[in-house]
Design a binder for this molecule. Sequence first.
Ligand code: ARG
Length: 572
Amino acid sequence: MDLERLLTDRLTPAFAAVAGEPVAPTVRRSPRADFQSDAALALARRLGRPPREIARAVLDHAVLDDVCAVAEVSGPGFVNLTLADGALAGMVAALAGDERLGVPVTGEPETVVVDYSGPNVAKEMHVGHLRSTVIGDAAVRVLGWLGHRVVRVNHLGDWGTPFGMLIAHLVDLGEAEAAQELSIGDLDGFYRAARSKFDADPAFRERARQRVVALQGGDPETRRLWRLLVGQSQRYFLTVYELLDVTLTGEDFRGESAYNDRLGAVVTDLDRLGLLTDSAGATCVFPPGFVGRDGVGLPLIVRKGDGGYGYPATDLAALRQRVDELGATRLLYVVGLPQRQHFAMVFAVAGQAGWLRPPVRAEHLGFGSVLGPDGRMLRSRAGGSVKLVDLLTEAVTRATALARTRNPDLDEAAAAEIGRAVGIGAVKYADLATDRTRDYVLDWERMLALDGNTAPYLQYAYTRTRSVLRRAGAVPGAATVVLPGTPAERALAVELLGFAGVVHEVARTAQFHHLAGYLHRLATRFSTFYERCPVLRADGELRASRLLLTDLTGRTLRQGLDLLGIRTLDRM
Ligand code: ARG
């Protein structure tokens, strides 16, 4: 049972009785008691009564005797709750006996589409795609673990006018040579070469233009060349996903081109609804509430002046497909914040058209940039954008070297395994541990440090739990928890009971830094416990109780890190 929820359930009817209307008790962890509610303070203004009096009345109504040792009014009108040791011990023991660590499978499963990664064919993935991939994968894991039907969609950029020049360049190079270049992941080199010919050579430009026409017209040879480009890029992206250790597979690519035959309907249906306006030759919708700096309404362009469809039309078609065909009720888009307005407008237009309406919700999970140590946008030494594989390889190399220095006896294979789990884990954790809407600095030293809010710190805490249990010989079966123990073990017990609450919250808000923060707190509590409470040298019930807390901490860390896509190791 999730503690916050339990206490909230107990306080809710009491607040309602006192206020004469439903009030959220907002129960939070508190350094003064175990938990605290400040709802009486806000209520005081509304009811015109002193907050302390309201808090008192709430406590008179609430049934708390079986779970709380102390329930009192404090300060200006807080309700402070301290759990009874017996109740706490019972709840922790129940948690230990639950494979799912107190987190039940949802009773209301829904179909959730997670649109993430979304790199572009024949272009290098950049750090923005890294963030999308890491955050999206965490969403997939959390929602999937809770029992939702999760559909991963990799909205690959595989269509549009640049394919004319890319195909023309491919023909110039010869297929074998082009395939070779793309398969080694020199996507940017390929793209740049095509681009500079396009800019410099009118004859090439003309061939590129003809290829666009041929591609759109379905010319079989041009289509074949296009598929070659797409296939090579996909193969390369899959190697990045493999290195990054995410759940995305080749099955999850559903590129922009997949919606081509639905684009016409987007326009005709919007037209039938009377939502279209011609603006400078383009066909647009002006959703209410979107105005530019000059006070003039902003258009969402659904068909360009040349008759072509672009990014917005594709997203509208994709949204309809996800709702109508996949039956999704929740649509998540993990895309950088610069596209905030694009998604807000797409959702607004889809709402106007009736394609997006309750219970279906669409959410743009935006995120900030990755910065270099100098606080500016991350750049490679040559000044270009950083190649994702290089970044990941560097993480693994550094982590492997660190593992070797810390433990010179490690054999080659063990060092490689640790390096991979720690290096990739560190990159993912640095991304997930900060509020995703903020920028974060890629600082190797800090990310790979064994102390601080880092993946290695959490992974190390996990290995410590494993090593205690290994040395103990056996994991306690149906042991009881002995409380009151020392303050350190009591604090650890309370923290362990918070896992379910944070998982549910994160499933709702996709603010994964709250899960990261929880795991970091748990690891910190464990390390205090580990320093102050002898486990193996304790006797009888106390030893069994401490082993149980150790085991439960390890399982919670492993599960929590797994939800973030981070591996744990038995030794490191
Ligand atoms: N390919 C796009 C980019 O690189 C991201 C796609 C995001 N997903 C979407 N449905 N628009 O910016």
